[in-house]
Write a protein of this length. Structure first.
Length: 95
C-alpha cells in the first residue's frame, strides 16, 4: 500500500521544482495570474498539475506538444538528480 499523497496548492507551499514550473509556465502564457500549479507528492513520484486560462493552454502545450515535452524533459533531469519521478500534466482551467 502506498503512502497518502500530500497536496500543496499555494505557491508558498510548493517545492523548488514546482515553483520553477510555475515560473516557466507564467512566462509562456498571456494571462500569468491565472496559472495554478498543484503539486501532489507521493513516496517516489510527484504529480505537477498545471491549470491556466483556456486561451493559454495552447502556449503551454506548444505545437505538437513540443513545449510540454521540453518541460517534462527538464523535470526528468531534475528528477534524476533528486532520485524522484515527476509527472507533468496540463489540465483544462476550472470554470
Amino acid at each position: 500500500m502506498g503512502a497518502v499523497a500530500e497536496r500543496k496548492p499555494a505557491r508558498a507551499l510548493l517545492s523548488d521544482t514546482a515553483n520553477l514550473v510555475l515560473l516557466i509556465v507564467q512566462e509562456l502564457v498571456n494571462v500569468p495570474e491565472d496559472v495554478e500549479v498543484v503539486e501532489t507528492a507521493g513516496e517516489q513520484t510527484t504529480l505537477l498539475e498545471v491549470r491556466c486560462h483556456p486561451e493559454d493552454i495552447k502556449h503551454v502545450i506548444g505545437r505538437n506538444g513540443v513545449t510540454a515535452e521540453a518541460i517534462r524533459h527538464l523535470l526528468a533531469c531534475l528528477g534524476a538528480k533528486e532520485r524522484r519521478d515527476f509527472v507533468f500534466k496540463v489540465l483544462e482551467a476550472r470554470r
